[in-house]
Design a protein around this ligand. Structure first.
Ligand SMILES: [Cu+2]
Length: 145
């Protein structure tokens, strides 16, 4: 009788631990990734949702080296005289309970140093995102026109 009881406690504890683990992995989510190539570079866009109560930051990204050897975090800026420019950012803050939607005209991931053929429209490129606090996330970015 005593052994049975002990066993039930162990099972309950294991279930609690695994539930905690899956909660953690859902705290920061990346979705809707896509990339557009233009000449010798490409811009990738992704939606990042920090659903945790801890501020984090995107600190870098990469794609397979046969697609691009260098990926930078950029922000498109419009200065006086409507001159469009791009600013290099070492990181993008992701405050708690915050969603960042990257899109043309704002934040993007700049892919440069493209060594080979451009991937076909409609194909997927694995995009890995690195964060200050959370584990890296890899998701497919669809190549669009
Ligand atoms: Cu750029």
């Amino acid at each position: 009788m005593r052994m049975l009881f002990g066993c039930a406690v162990t099972v309950a504890l294991a279930a609690t631990l695994s539930a905690c683990g899956s909660d953690d992995s859902n705290e920061l989510q990346a979705s809707d990734a896509w990339v557009r190539f233009s000449g010798s570079s490409a811009a990738a866009y992704v939606t990042l949702s920090n659903e945790s109560e801890v501020a984090d930051a995107l600190i870098g990204a990469n794609v397979p080296p046969d697609v691009a050897k260098n990926v930078e975090i950029h922000q498109t800026t419009t200065s006086e005289g409507d001159m469009m420019g791009m600013q290099l950012n070492p990181a993008v803050d992701l405050p708690a309970d915050f969603e960042l939607v990257m899109k043309p005209g704002g934040y993007h991931l700049m892919l440069t140093d493209l060594p080979g053929m451009l991937p076909a429209v409609g194909s997927d490129i694995p995009l890995t995102l690195k964060f200050r606090s959370h584990e890296p996330i890899t998701l497919d970015a669809e190549v669009r026109r």
